[in-house]
Design a protein around this ligand. Structure first.
Ligand SMILES: Cc1cc2nc3c(=O)[nH]c(=O)nc-3n(C[C@H](O)[C@H](O)[C@H](O)COP(=O)(O)OP(=O)(O)OC[C@H]3O[C@@H](n4cnc5c(N)ncnc54)[C@H](O)[C@@H]3O)c2cc1C
Length: 388
């Protein structure tokens, strides 16, 4: 008789790795299946390899900056894991941090790989298994939870957390599989749109400034002549148009509001340029994906599916996006933390966690005074394909 894994996490990116760490810390046996040969490939790209982990602002401000529908949906998640707790977690896991003037937080080393190492070290130390090169192909309802199927084996799981990301930068592994699994289990899907992306523009000003980065540009969006967005930040003038944080955040406003007829305008020094209805770069180049699993189909208090009990979501697989500045990683970590907290509260459905809770440092004693071995085997059984 196969023993179901209490929590099967699909995807070893920002949300999946963090969920695995939190599950391990709480003694909830978890297994992560990751399609690529390395975990956290998109995290490694974050902030141009420097990884803007979070922003050191109160949750209420973060929610305001993200806007609706994220603000309402993410409030419980950010209460579980506010930006200050993201910082504490990484500091406790040996990632020294530095804060920029605008409150963005980076590893002091400016190495995104330090963030991924902290996550994978924590998985190891809490005894959470991470299985690489294991693309999940399907998730089916089973009597005691779910059957999660890969090309070579299947796993019985009491709870499943889908943390497969959006659909941009598909080479990092996020190709939209989780959205397909959600659909097969009864969810609808919101159409995809690029969330933070450059505008493709043909204009003499672009010809004159191609290849220049402007540290401070102001960027505006107009609808029917009315200004509906204004922001400041870095702007990269490329040969194809404009990118950089200032342009990306403006593009998010255009995409979130589904604008078909609009103008964008930027000011750099004495130059102001206005352009009507520019195209954006393709979705595969977006920093974040808008669309995916609709937020009204997920319980914001638990991250559990409203369509399929026992199924949970974390990160960009849902219709969540934020501006540049550490918002998107924070949302991935916070939704992961909330999902694990909710699953732990249900005690893996049978009322008790499968293992004693992890205590943060090797050899440390828990409240009962008992010392833990940090590498307890789980004792779950994989079923090899073809072997019944
Ligand atoms: C260039 C770039 C720079 C960015 N910089 C920042 C930044 O500095 N700060 C910030 O806050 N955000 C940044 N972001 C956004 C941030 O990286 C994402 O929002 C975040 O990684 C989303 O986390 P996630 O876990 O939902 O998805 P991902 O991190 O994309 O992880 C999804 C994982 O699921 C795996 N997976 C997919 N399908 C399957 C399957 N079938 N079976 C098994 N595994 C599967 C994938 O291989 C992948 O590892 C950046 C994004 C990009 C593209």
């Amino acid at each position: 008789m196969l023993k179901p894994v209490p929590l099967l996490i699909i995807g070893g990116g920002a949300a999946g790795l963090f969920a695995g760490c939190r599950a391990g810390e709480r003694g909830l046996g978890a297994l992560i299946l990751e399609r690529k040969h390395k975990p956290g490939r998109k995290v490694l790209m974050c902030g141009n390899g420097r990884c803007n982990l979070t922003k050191d602002i109160p949750p209420a401000q973060m929610l305001r900056d993200m806007g609706e529908p994220m603000a309402t949906f993410l409030a419980p998640a950010l209460e579980t894991l506010p930006p200050a707790a993201v910082q504490s977690w990484f500091q406790q896991h040996n990632v020294l941090l530095k804060k920029m003037e605008d409150r963005r937080v980076f590893p002091r080393s400016e190495l995104a790989s330090d963030v991924v190492h902290a996550l994978t070290d924590a998985l190891r130390d809490t005894g959470t298994a991470l299985c690489l090169n294991a693309p999940v192909e399907g998730v089916e309802r089973a009597e005691e939870g779910f059957h999660v199927v890969t090309a070579h084996f299947s796993v019985l799981a009491r709870h499943v957390l889908i943390a497969t990301g959006g659909v941009s930068y598909p080479k990092t592994g996020s190709v939209g599989d989780g959205q397909k699994f959600a659909k097969a289990l009864g969810h609808s899907l919101k159409p995809y749109r690029p969330g933070l992306i450059g505008f493709v523009i043909t204009h003499p000003w672009i010809d004159a400034h191609g290849g220049t980065t402007f540290e401070q540009a102001s960027f505006r969006v107009f609808r029917s002549g009315q200004k509906i967005y204004e922001g400041q930040g870095q702007m990269d003038c490329e040969t194809w148009g404009v990118g950089g944080a200032a342009a990306y955040n403006a593009s998010r406003c255009v995409a979130r509001q589904n604008l078909n007829d609009f103008e964008i305008e930027w000011t750099v020094g004495r130059d102001t340029v206005r352009v009507r209805n520019p195209e954006t770069r393709p979705l595969k180049e977006a920093i974040v994906t808008i669309g995916g699993v609709p937020l009204n189909e997920v319980d914001p208090a638990t991250m559990e599916s409203r369509k399929c009990p026992g199924l949970y979501f974390a990160g960009e697989v849902m219709d969540i996006d934020g501006p540049t500045g550490g918002y998107n990683l924070t949302a991935a970590f916070a939704t992961a933390a909330l999902a694990v907290e909710s699953i732990t509260k249900t005690g893996g459905r049978d009322g008790s966690p499968s293992r004693p809770p992890y205590v943060a440092h090797a050899g440390a004693a828990d409240v009962s005074g008992k010392r833990h071995s940090l590498h307890k085997p789980h004792g779950y059984t994989f079923q090899r394909k073809g072997l019944k």
